[in-house]
Design a protein around this ligand. Structure first.
Ligand SMILES: [Zn+2]
Length: 431
């Protein structure tokens, strides 16, 4: 199947990696890839044409840190401090969650993400085989993992967790290579050194990406130093060998200069979660310094209990505002750079260099954003209007791997009513 998108603005990436705003060209998709961007006169024949008048095509958004099924906990414990929020609001509900709830919550997350232009997500939650099935069946691009946890140095608690982590990585199969399995450590504080080292050892051969929470709160950062002879979470992960494979670290609010030096040297990416860090008052990641150290920075929403949505347009907007405000410099956090963080940088962090840009040969992960709204007019500067004016609800089409999954409020792979009924059943069981 091939499709030609015409009569729209295209936010393409040129050979130097810069955005180029094309106003008189077409974009063709052949099967799962972008096959052509250029003048219509030279375009190849396509099976169908789509008139996208009044829209801008941009790369699909990459949510590089998410806990999708937490949609079932949207907003619970709002206003509580982090520890109390976890212990009194989040954990008691999570303890009751079964695979059927995970699937319902993930479906709800996918609906929200597709409607808001997210095409690729990093998923970290319980029952990854169930989440993975939902992500795969709905056509999303995703990385999934069994969350690495270990509460005791002597006995394995939870029992069998290491084998489950390895089992998912070795045995997860997706014929389309859209959903990939990777390793995950929840964090330094919910694992111990022998578990972390075993994961690093197993990954010497498997060479998977590693997803981990790092230095989200000041308390976590300082307690790690107290436990490990002054080593910060990043320094400890380096010592255990985790950073020898491509690792992406969520939050990085408290990473110091030495941490940033290590991250740059090891190619570790940082994932910025501005809404979650603000809502839980964790602090603000030193994004300016991370970028100055040449560290790849992506953006994520985190889960909906600490955000409380999966709206990546909101994250882009807030990320840009915070960088400027914290750095007291309006030239920081340029719209082009913020869009790259939320697209190609996130994809690179998660181990994929075949998506995140509109360029010939890239995967056809494409969204259309309507400019035909009062708040989107006049659109003098396309990257600028996408970061500062656009809302997630301005997305009118979401394509992943060459398949249109969402268009003008309609889901192509999801039965909206059935999903909402399943979500309601889960909520009745859980609350
Ligand atoms: Zn998280």
């Amino acid at each position: 199947m091939s499709i030609k998108f015409k009569n729209c603005i295209i936010l393409a990436t040129d050979e130097n990696g810069h955005f180029s705003v094309l106003k008189h060209e077409v974009l063709c998709v052949d099967t799962d890839k972008i096959s052509y961007i250029g003048p219509e006169a030279d375009a190849p024949y396509c099976d169908c044409e789509k008139d996208m008048k009044g829209a801008v095509l941009m790369p699909g958004i990459v949510n590089a840190h998410c806990h999708g099924p937490m949609t079932l906990l949207r907003g619970v414990g709002g206003g509580l401090a982090l520890q109390e929020w976890l212990e009194t609001a989040v954990f008691p509900i999570e303890d009751k969650m079964k695979p059927i709830d995970i699937e319902a919550g993930e479906m709800l997350a996918v609906m929200e993400m597709l409607a808001g232009g997210t095409t690729y997500v990093s998923e970290m939650y319980d029952f990854p085989w169930n989440s993975g099935k939902v992500l795969s069946d709905t056509g999303m691009r995703a990385n999934i993992c069994r969350v690495g946890l270990s509460f005791s140095e002597e006995t394995e608690i939870p029992k069998g967790r290491f084998d489950e982590c390895v089992d998912l990585v070795k045995n997860w199969k997706d014929p389309y290579d859209r959903v990939r399995a990777e390793f995950c450590l929840h964090s330094e504080y919910l694992t111990n050194e022998s578990f972390v080292s075993r994961i690093a050892e197993a990954n010497k051969d498997l060479k998977k990406t590693v997803n981990v929470h790092v230095s989200e709160t000041y308390r976590e950062h300082e307690e790690c130093k107290a436990r490990h002879n002054g080593l910060t979470p990043i320094q400890y992960l380096e010592k255990c060998g985790i950073l020898d494979n491509k690792t992406y670290a969520a939050h990085c609010v408290w990473v110091d200069e030495e941490d940033r030096r290590i991250m740059a040297e090891k190619g570790t990416s940082a994932i910025h979660n501005p809404s979650s860090n603000c809502k839980l008052a964790s602090g603000f990641a030193p994004v300016k310094e991370l970028l100055e150290a040449k560290i790849n920075v992506g953006i994520g929403t985190d889960g909906t209990a600490s955000n409380d949505n999966l709206n990546m347009f909101e994250e882009m907007h807030l990320a840009s505002m915070l960088i400027k405000c914290v750095g007291k410099d309006a030239t920081l956090g340029k719209a082009e750079d913020i869009i790259k963080m939320a697209t190609v940088n996130g994809a690179k962090a998660m181990g994929r260099d075949d998506t995140g840009e509109l360029k010939t040969g890239m995967k056809a992960d494409i969204i259309a954003v309507s400019l035909d709204k009062p708040h989107m007019f006049p659109a003098f500067d396309i990257p600028n209007i996408l970061v500062y004016s656009a809302q997630a609800s301005d997305v009118i089409m979401t394509m992943v791997d060459g398949n249109i999954l969402y268009e003008n409020g309609e889901y192509k792979t999801i039965d909206k009513e059935k999903t909402m009924a399943l979500v309601k059943e889960s909520l009745e069981r859980l609350y």
